[in-house]
Design a protein around this ligand. Sequence first.
Ligand code: FEO
Length: 136
Amino acid sequence: MAIEWNEKLEIGIQEIDTQHKELFKIMNNLIEACNSGKGKEVVGNTLRFLKNYCIEHFKTEEKLMEKHNYPDLEKHKLQHYVFTQNIDKIYKDFEKDGPRVHIVILVNQLVVNWFINHIKKIDVLYGKHIKEHAEK
Ligand code: FEO
């Protein structure tokens, strides 16, 4: 089933919301490919996208948090680090074993579960912090 963007996922910083939406788009491509039996063909590109995405997206967020003296920066960075490690591990398995079904499933689960929760519960907090401090 496709993942749908909704306003609860918005953190209120346009650059970040745009990047998050981009992630939804690529994941929906993978989900759609899986539904039509083409998940294995698409998972390699998705993983390559995710590797670059993590570097760029996490760097953008961390710079923003730093700039605005976000108190939970280190905790947030740790979450990014763990996710990046997981993607790297899956990518290595993909390079070694090829596009096995379990890799497709892992990518789906990891990104859909981890990222949606991360955006909803963790990213929103620094978004709130930045907005509150900008208003002062
Ligand atoms: Fe949007 Fe903290 O990742």
